[in-house]
Ligand binder design. Structure first.
Ligand code: ADE
Ligand code: ZN
Length: 327
């Protein structure tokens, strides 16, 4: 599908193609052969194993130059799928071990690579810092300080990724307050492995305006109404949820029901090569499962760019491109 697409939920390391990671592993003589299957794809058994494989793959990314190469590879793939605006999750945990000086160097390299992609492929990228929940609240504070130091027109958001079953959102309230005070906009993974209460807790205790996934809100009708009423935006990643067996197939996914109940939904890939997906494949699978036409996808793109954390000037530019494409 060639419609212009907006992606709001993409983990930069999670978007690394397996061949890219294998190449770096060979160059650096790091043995991570155990994370691939016989066909060279990432191999994992469930979400928790996926997180381990993800961290092993990330271990080959050791310099700002590696991240610059990764950014170029990821954005080329996104642009080929028709993505014109993307927000990606970045972790100072992986980029410089939460040292602010090192983090600035990684960020600079990623940003330069993104600017090159914008010139060449017409895709705009912005960054969202995410601490890793299972690394704990203490490390999240250091991550929040890195984010606050570099907040601006490119680094626009703060979130929380990692194992949703570890700890509670309120353990991270200090970090989210720090990020908010620095002008960053807020999102949090919830309602993927945690039930509806995990979404409630994230909204109440962290005061986020978007939720990463959030789809399990569907299990609580009152919460669905609250999300619709409050205009909370869900970063829905249907292919990720199907690959990780949260739902058996696209048809069984609650995205359409959430939308019909008035919740603002957007569509993203999460960690595309891990889940054998791309934005084009997500759109095709949704069209097939629900019979959605261009009008529905236009509405999703519109909701997405209005929920983007970028500055107004960037939003206006992307909105104009969407209008032109649908004229
Ligand atoms: N890190 C990378 N992908 C993730 C996901 N889907 N949920 C939580 N943490 C992640
Ligand atoms: Zn995610």
């Amino acid at each position: 599908m060639t419609l212009p697409k907006i992606e709001l939920h993409l983990h930069l390391e999670g978007a690394a193609p397996p061949a890219f990671v294998r190449g770096l592993a060979t160059e650096k003589k790091i043995d991570i052969s155990g994370i691939f299957d016989d066909r060279g794809n990432y191999a994992y058994t469930d979400f928790w194993h996926f997180l381990k494989v993800y961290e092993a793959a990330t271990s080959v990314l050791t310099t700002p130059a590696d991240y610059a190469r990764l950014t170029r590879a990821v954005l080329a793939e996104s642009a080929a799928s028709g993505v014109i605006y993307s927000e990606c999750f970045l972790s100072p945990d992986f980029c410089g071990g939460r040292d602010v000086g090192a983090w600035r160097e990684y960020l600079h390299a990623i940003r330069e690579a993104a600017e090159e992609a914008e010139r060449q492929d017409g895709i705009t990228l912005r960054g969202i810092v995410t601490p890793i929940r299972h690394f704990g609240p203490e490390k999240a504070r250091e991550t929040a300080l890195c984010a606050a130091e570099t907040a601006g027109d490119w680094l626009v958001g703060f979130g929380l990724a990692g194992d949703e079953k570890v700890g509670r959102p309120k353990d991270f309230a200090w970090s989210f307050d720090c990020a908010r005070e620095a002008g960053l906009r807020l999102t949090c993974h919830a309602g993927e492995w945690g039930g509806p209460d995990s979404v409630r807790d994230a909204v109440r205790d962290l005061r986020v305006e978007r939720i990463g996934h959030g789809v399990r809100a569907i299990e609580d009708p009152a919460l669905v109404d609250e999300l619709a009423e409050a205009g909370i935006v869900l970063e829905v990643c249907p292919g990720s949820n199907v690959a990780l067996k949260l739902y058996p197939n696209f048809r069984a996914h609650p995205i359409e029901k959430l939308m019909e109940r008035g919740v603002k939904v957007t569509v993203s890939t999460d960690d595309p090569p891990f889940f054998h997906t791309t934005m084009a494949r997500e759109y095709d699978a949704l069209a097939e499962a629900f019979g959605w036409d261009d009008g529905v996808f236009r509405q999703i793109a519109d909701t997405s760019i209005r929920a983007a954390f970028c500055m107004e000037e960037t939003r206006d530019k992307i909105l104009k491109r969407l209008e032109k494409a649908h004229a």
